[in-house]
Design a protein around this ligand. Structure first.
Ligand code: HEC
Length: 126
């Protein structure tokens, strides 16, 4: 969606240039490219933000420590500084659980699990 908006913006910039000032066409192209880069980064930020909210909503922090989320649980392993955590690993643990780690596959959608995994892997380094 954001990329479509970017293209529409670029198309509008093109039309504005056609409408008269050709010199503007040259300057509008780099700014259209910057718009595209900004919306790609915005997509990541939105996913991480959603992951952080899910981390709160599903109370991961009641059992796990994660400084970025202000979480101090000690039932499960701390995520802070755990460089073994990869997105596929977190997705697998959250989906299926293990021992005292509950399985969330029945209550979270695959998109939600992917977002919380992206957030945990992003935030663990902090
Ligand atoms: C009821 C407490 C509890 C809750 C809530 C909980 N976990 Fe866990 N989690 C655990 C325990 C205990 C383990 C260790 C399981 C084992 O391997 O024996 C664990 C393991 C994990 C692991 C593997 C960590 C490692 O280094 O092996 C990940 C990733 C994980 N949990 C993510 C989450 C996420 C994300 C949430 C929220 C959606 C969550 N957990 C909610 C208790 C919990």
């Amino acid at each position: 969606m954001a990329q479509v908006g970017g293209f529409a913006g670029a198309a509008r910039a093109g039309l504005a240039a056609l409408a008269g000032v050709l010199a503007l066409a040259a300057t509008s192209q780099p700014s259209a490219a910057q718009e595209g880069a900004a919306s790609a980064a915005g997509g990541d930020a939105a996913k991480l933000q959603k992951g952080r909210e899910l981390f709160d909503n599903y109370a991961c922090g009641s059992c796990h420590s994660l400084g970025d989320a202000g979480a101090t649980g000690h039932v499960g392993p701390s995520f802070d500084g755990d460089s073994n955590l990869t997105e596929p690993f977190v997705v697998s643990r959250v989906t299926s659980g293990q021992n005292a780690m509950p399985a969330f596959g029945g209550q979270m959608s695959p998109d939600e699990i992917a977002a919380v995994a992206a957030y945990v892997v992003h935030a663990r380094g902090k």
